[in-house]
Design a binder for this molecule. Sequence first.
Ligand code: PMP
Length: 399
Amino acid sequence: AYNRVINFGAGPSALPVSVLEEAAQGLLNFRGTGMGVAEISHRSKEFQTFLDEFEASIRTQLAVPPTHRILFTQGGGTAQFSAVVLNLLARYRLLHPERGADETVVDYVVTGSWSKKAAQEAARLGGARVHIAADAREHGGKAFDHIPAHGAYRFSQDPALVYYCENETVDGVEFSHDPASPASFPYHLLPQDTLVPLVADYSSSFMCRPIPRLADHAVIYAGAQKNIGPAGLTILIVREDCIVDVDAAARLGAAPVPLIMSYKTLADSGSLYNTPCVLPIYISGLVIARMEANGGMPHYEEMNKRKAERVYKALDEGEKAGVFRRKVQKGSGSWMNVVFEVLGEGAEKRFLEGAEKLGMKGLKGHRCAGCTCFIQIYMLIHGSHRAQIRWRLVALILL
Ligand code: PMP
């Protein structure tokens, strides 16, 4: 229906047709109000109820503990590159009023282009020294093609934040959720004597599976446009102690924080300090409601695991046949973004053309400086049953 192709774009990405159909109705008449969702006041009780339900669903599906608030904002992951630094430096200043910028350090784990960008933004903002706790390019290869082994990490004693990106969208590198894996996050190496402000960018893997050790995180954030809905909405999960009075911190010398970036502003206003992105919230809410109706997180985790296994199996076979080369080392491969090279003169072009003939678009990977173009398969978490069939199709054209 609707002449839709199979869209593998990594973000914005495909949304379930049933949700888009429901959203089309909601654009005309939202929950019987006689007004469309893009026309109704964000302060109406109908929208407030929708927002409450959306938040409750995220809390249930991810088992977010009462120690953490769920906040909604705009500005994408990129705004959070700045906001996490500003808010957590304010927190640090309140805890240590005597420590200036030269005695404040923020730790970054760099595993790909997005965490690299986040570290660069921290350096731009100043207020702290940026310490690279691990850089995948310096340990075990020149490229962002793996998660560093635990021995490669050097965390600071008392950092104002520790930052990592759970899934590197462009590079296809993801932390393993198996604590026994060398590609897991080294929680045991973090300073043990403080409530470590651990920050994770979950933009491209949010809700594809449960978040391990969620309660040990200070801030988890995700732009909606990969897995949850349209671009415009950013979801934050913030531990209470990281929601601080940024003005009090500024009086002690911390950088002033724009009000709309302050987690306290968002928390105190129930994420309604100013007009929120009503439509992306609505569509994202419909996606999550559908996910719950289909069996929720356990069902999707199982399905996503199977999808990933199927695609990696096909890649393995293709590698044996000399057709493909995986970009990412074994054990560090993402469930969501599978990045590989099609080997041979003109092969990539043929592959992409072949895929397009089968109605599959958005497979061309990110072109970065100095590397070949890779194919990227982005695996939508909220895929329908038809998506399962598509996986078989993809596996077929892969070989
Ligand atoms: N982090 C990750 C992991 C991403 O994939 C992206 C977007 N591709 C961003 C951050 C930046 O997000 P946005 O475009 O929403 O600012």
